[in-house]
Design a protein around this ligand. Structure first.
Ligand code: ZN
Length: 610
């Protein structure tokens, strides 16, 4: 029995000719004028690097799992489409196509699939038009002789739990949610559909995202890690193209040339078509015979799609802006983005960068003050932060107020902080607009009572939440207060603070050379140790990596908590102003609104000096 016969027999299907996906595409595929910039017959020679990945999806290949970590504009979507056409026309069987969302699956069906079917005669013959009744052709389901193609989104557990499938296509997997409807990883959920098929095929594609989070990178690293080697036109040395070898004259993208790693000659882009045609995929890691992984950057994009000049131009625009640079690295270079800011911010570095302004004095630019209070068993740690336009921040003051928080004395010291008029360089004074007090420790009732009594002066209670990606400050709820044995119903407003979210924001700013966060002479070295006492670390939830903030063993982190709470307090201030005009208002009036009634300072001793 020949192999084509045997395959067909085993899968219970009619015999398949040993035609490959690339051969099928060259024979039958037409690119529509609607969906393609280059309409007309498909030519694999235009993107020679797509041939091997496509042919691994052919029924004659033993590979079961094909991983494409590709840059945008390299044709990976068309490679997927060719496979769909090949399955419908040549190797029918049940197939599931998963997009990141159901909405995107709808778009794929309407914009790409329908036009591919309409403009490719061999496909139009096999799939009835969607508008005829009982055609077996709907938005999310296409029937054809010997098979069916289902489309769904990775955000739908129901869709992923559909019937068994021999072919599974998961597109843009880095955009898949980590968990779908509480049922776990959508990739694993979908893959379970294929387990009954001995000759299954799975295609996973994506541009990558953040290092250690990227699904496609993890898949690629588990594969044989193929790179596309192309010859140098001058010396013939086979090499894979790397961004670091693209050279250009200062600020002149049009001078972009590729420097050969062997002979050093500067290769002009016009050689690219020949180089691509003479190229070959080479594995750079051991193979298990079943998984083929392919990595391709935008440097390989065919002439007329994305030039080296355009790449350099994109890079020059993006290089000083982190989100733009991330996008460049992900979509142009097809590499993951390393968010390493936490490791770059050190206590010594921050201490060395202190600026020359006195504790308790507000530098120019400060328009609003907030305070964060961390409640410990024998003290309150208190920071006062000044804020200006675009959330530029200044540490104004930081102290520990010693005393037992279950007793009134230490809270009396805190009154002084609230009552103080903090001097501006202009001679005027600022008072604290909002003070956020932690209620998560052992002294919840004392925190509640203090915030209730000082609510008019801007005191609120907050509770940290470590929920990932939570809002900086939640909606707030009224909670009961136990005041001298009497329960006051809904006596105080409690706000949930997204500590992880705020830490990520603050450290994102701290790492920059021209940081928007300033430190004067208000704090000693211990303060900076506490501020940097936490690092982001990687933890696995249901097999999927998540980053979370973790305190180093045996270190105190109150300074960081105080900064987080003071930032949360700033977010609460926004609720009292028109966000668009808030800083203008504040800079005109010179002191924050609304004005509060004066309160007499309590008699308790206030021992801190500044
Ligand atoms: Zn060379």
């Amino acid at each position: 029995m020949d192999r084509a016969w045997r395959d067909g027999f085993l899968e219970g299907l009619r015999p398949e000719q040993p035609l490959t996906v690339s051969q099928w595409a060259d024979l039958h595929r037409k690119l529509s004028s609607k969906a393609s910039a280059e309409p007309g017959p498909w030519r694999t020679s235009r993107t020679p690097y797509l041939q091997e990945p496509m042919d691994c999806l052919s029924t004659s290949s033993l590979v079961q799992r094909v991983v494409l970590q590709f840059a945008a504009q390299t044709g990976k979507t068309e490679a997927g489409s060719n496979w769909l056409g090949y399955v419908i026309d040549h190797a029918p069987g049940p197939m599931l196509c998963v997009q990141p969302t159901v909405e995107m699956a709808k778009r794929l069906s309407k914009q790409r699939l329908e036009s591919m079917i309409a403009e490719t005669p061999v496909l139009a013959e096999k799939i009835a038009p969607a508008r005829s009744r009982d055609s077996g052709n709907t938005m999310f389901s296409k029937e054809f002789p010997g098979g069916i193609m289902l489309l769904t989104g990775a955000n739908s557990a129901t869709g992923l739990r559909s019937a068994p499938c021999r072919y599974l296509f998961m597109d843009e997997i880095d955009a898949f949610p980590s968990d779908v409807d509480g049922e776990g990883d959508p990739v694993a959920l979908a893959e379970r559909r294929t387990t009954t098929f001995a000759r299954r095929k799975i295609l996973l594609t994506s541009t990558p995202t953040v290092k250690d989070f990227s699904r496609i990178e993890a898949e690629y690293q588990r594969s044989d890690q193929r790179r596309y080697y192309v010859p140098c036109p001058d010396c013939g040395e086979m090499q894979w193209l790397q961004w670091s070898r693209l050279k250009w004259d200062n600020l002149k993208p049009e001078t972009a040339r590729y420097e050969c790693e062997k002979c050093g000659s500067k290769i002009e882009e016009r050689h690219k078509p020949q180089m691509l045609l003479a190229g070959e995929w080479r594995a750079t890691a051991p193979s298990n015979g079943k998984t083929a992984g392919f990595h391709l950057s935008g440097l390989y994009s065919p002439l007329g799609w994305l030039s080296w000049e355009q790449l350099v131009d994109d890079f020059l625009r993006a290089k000083s802006d982190a989100p733009m640079l991330k996008s460049f690295v992900n979509t142009r270079l097809a590499e993951t983005w390393e968010e390493d800011y936490a490791s770059k911010v050190s206590a010594d570095g921050l201490f060395a960068k202190r600026e020359d302004y006195e504790p308790g004095v507000c530098p120019d630019g400060v328009l609003l003050l907030t305070s964060g209070v961390d409640v410990q068993d024998n003290r309150l740690a208190v920071s006062v932060w000044g804020w200006g336009r675009e959330e530029e921040g200044w540490l104004i003051w930081h102290q520990e107020l010693f005393g037992d928080p279950t007793q009134p004395e230490v809270w009396g010291q805190l009154d002084h902080v609230l009552d103080t008029g903090w001097a501006k360089a202009s001679g005027s004074e600022l008072k604290i607009s909002q003070m956020a007090i932690d209620s998560g420790g052992h002294c919840t009732h004392e925190s509640y009572n203090y915030a209730r009594e000082r609510a008019r002066q801007g005191a609120v209670v907050i509770k940290g939440s470590s929920k990932r990606n939570g809002p900086a400050v939640g909606k707030g709820s009224k909670v009961d207060v136990n005041w001298k044995g009497r329960i006051i119903k809904r006596g105080v407003a409690l706000f949930i603070v997204g500590s992880d979210t705020i830490k990520t924001t603050l450290f994102g700013r701290l790492k920059h050379e021209e940081s928007k966060l300033h430190f004067g002479l208000a704090a000693d070295e211990e303060y900076y140790r506490q501020l940097t006492a936490e690092k982001q670390s990687l933890r696995y939830v249901k097999g999927f990596p998540v980053r979370e903030w973790v305190k180093k063993a045996s270190e105190r982190n109150e300074a960081l908590d105080c900064a987080v709470y003071a930032y949360a307090a700033l977010q609460l201030c926004y609720r009292r102003y028109n966000r668009a005009t808030m800083w203008d208002q504040l800079s005109k009036q010179g002191r924050p609104a609304p004005l509060r009634s004066k309160k007499e300072a309590p008699a308790s001793a206030f021992t801190n000096n500044w």
